[in-house]
Write a protein that binds this ligand. Structure first.
Ligand SMILES: NC(=O)c1ccc[n+]([C@@H]2O[C@H](COP(=O)([O-])OP(=O)(O)OC[C@H]3O[C@@H](n4cnc5c(N)ncnc54)[C@H](OP(=O)(O)O)[C@@H]3O)[C@@H](O)[C@H]2O)c1
Length: 138
């Protein structure tokens, strides 16, 4: 996409060709799954990653490394608004407990409100008549 450089030196409407990167919020990026996803995204020139954790000390650590990082607790919907501000895409990962329903719904609803255009939810699926608990739940 073509954009305009916002700096005052370029104010004379000099067109600059630069890529407008999509901002991706990755839930669970301290975990096994999320850390691999973040690693892949960090090597992708088309996206910028926003890290999040429910542990403030981890958020502080990322921020001190110059990363875009925010506090987000899936059990605290009031933390979603700031975490989602300016986000284009969202990766949702939850633990496998009954809480996942509320966590996924509230975060998805907040993402829609925030104008997020693409959501990937970490899940599983099987044939419709599968009776194994993990799959039937989904
Ligand atoms: N829900 C589904 O549809 C589904 C489908 C497949 C797998 N899973 C589950 O997905 C998980 C992925 O496995 P994994 O090996 O990557 O897990 P893991 O290494 O235990 O990592 C879990 C991640 O979730 C984050 N997290 C947990 N509770 C949170 C909360 N309340 N708010 C914000 N972040 C929270 C943790 O972040 P911090 O500790 O840094 O906050 C951590 O980064 C497993 O629990 C698996 O059962 C779920």
């Amino acid at each position: 996409m073509l954009g305009y450089c916002p700096c005052i030196m370029c104010f004379e409407s000099k067109k600059v060709s630069r890529i407008m990167k999509a901002k991706v919020l990755v839930v669970g990026c301290t975990g096994q799954t999320g850390s691999l996803i973040v690693e892949q995204l960090e090597n992708n020139n088309l996206v910028d990653v926003r890290y999040c954790s429910r542990r403030q000390e981890q958020v502080n650590r990322w921020q001190s490394e110059g990363k875009d990082a925010v506090y987000l607790d899936l059990n605290e919907p009031r933390t979603f608004g700031i975490a989602l501000a300016g986000i284009d895409r969202l990766f949702i990962l939850t633990g496998y407990t009954v809480d996942m329903l509320l966590q996924s719904k509230t975060l998805t609803d907040a993402a829609v409100k925030a104008g997020v255009s693409h959501i990937v939810h970490w899940g599983i699926f099987a044939n419709w008549d599968c009776t194994e608990g993990h799959f039937a739940w989904h």
